[in-house]
Every structure is written in structure tokens, then in C-alpha cells.
Design a protein around this ligand. Structure first.
Ligand code: S3P
Length: 177
């Protein structure tokens, strides 16, 4: 049986990657890393400011640089940014990383909209959008990104999930020592 060294959570903005990542990490007594927070610490700048000053391409490079390093770590739960796995190279690295359990936290566009329309300020891709534009953007990006997210080992609809569901997966992977 493959032993899970680390767990990587992916999914759209607002899917709850950070929330669930922290819960799982504390349940397992593992470390937790939020990739956006890590990049903000490294750059000493918020994600919106990185986008504004240096552009999205630069931010994506920072994500890629950190990804390999995080996948090598043990006893770590990682919350990726919504766009981190959404290219062939990155998703391949994630799903082919030995001992990495990848989980897609899947929510409908309607629920994502409900969550995201109140918190667009911290997310540069959503800033200054009207309700209609935001709905359109969520639908469009989710369509584009689903093919990457769906390659995760597990796709979980988390509206009614609780820690037990995650615990079952973790147990199945023989993480407890
Ligand atoms: C992004 C998601 C954000 C952050 C950046 C870009 C995206 O992370 O990395 O604003 O492309 O979906 P969260 O998914 O944690 O909001």
C-alpha cells in the first residue's frame, strides 16, 4: 500500500481549500501550508499587489517554483491556489508525485458565486466585476479548469462533507503510524 506523505488540495477560488486543509492537518497532526500565504511571505507583498506590480505570469512562475518543493515534503497538507494545477506540467507533477494524495474540492458554480461575490477584493482575478460578470467568469474558468482538477486522485463534493470523509481517505492510504 502506498503511504501518503502529503496531501494536496485543489479547486476553484472559494472551494474551502484553506479551511479544510487546516482541519485535516490538525486532525493528522501534520503541518499546513497555504501556497498563497507562502508566496506572500516570500515576496513580502499581498497576492493582489504581486498581480498589480508584476503581472499574473510572474505569480504563476512563483507558484511553479514552490510546487516542486512542497511535493517533496512529508507530513504536510497543502492548499494550492485555484490556478496552480491548471496547466499540463503542474497537474502532471502533482499526480505523478509518489506519496502525494491529491484531492479536488468540487463545488457548483452557483455555490462558488454565493461564496465569492462577498470577497472579491482579495482576489485579483475577480476584482471590480459586476454580479453578472462574476457569474460568467466563474462558469467560464471552471469549465476551462475542470479538466485539470478532475485529474486529482479524488474529487469530493464538500457541501455536506465533514472530517470523517477525509479521515476515511487518509486511513485508506495508511497514513497513521
Ligand atoms: C487564483 C486563486 C487564488 C490566488 C490568486 C489566483 C486563481 O487562490 O492564487 O488570486 O487563479 O484561481 P485561492 O484559490 O486560494 O483564492
Amino acid at each position: 500500500m502506498t503511504v501518503v506523505r502529503n496531501i494536496v488540495l485543489m479547486g476553484f477560488m472559494g472551494a474551502g481549500k484553506t479551511y479544510w486543509g487546516q482541519k485535516i492537518a490538525s486532525y493528522l497532526n501534520w503541518g499546513f501550508c497555504d501556497l498563497d500565504d507562502l508566496i506572500e511571505q516570500q515576496q513580502r507583498m499581498s497576492v493582489p499587489l504581486i498581480f498589480e506590480k508584476f503581472g499574473e505570469t510572474f505569480f504563476r512562475e512563483l507558484e511553479q517554483k514552490n510546487l516542486g518543493n512542497l511535493l517533496n515534503k512529508s507530513k504536510l497538507v497543502v492548499a494550492l491556489g485555484g490556478g496552480t494545477p491548471c496547466n499540463q506540467h503542474s497537474i502532471k507533477r502533482i499526480i505523478s508525485s509518489a506519496g502525494t494524495c491529491s484531492i479536488y474540492l468540487k463545488l457548483s458554480p452557483e455555490i462558488l458565486y454565493e461564496r465569492l461575490h462577498k470577497e472579491t477584493a482579495q482576489r485579483p482575478l475577480l476584482a471590480n466585476k459586476t454580479a453578472v460578470q462574476l457569474q460568467y467568469l466563474i462558469n467560464e474558468r471552471l469549465n476551462e479548469r475542470a479538466k485539470f482538477y478532475e485529474q486529482a486522485q479524488y474529487s469530493l463534493t464538500i457541501e455536506h462533507q465533514n472530517l470523517k470523509n477525509f479521515a476515511a481517505i487518509i486511513k485508506e492510504h495508511n497514513t497513521d503510524e
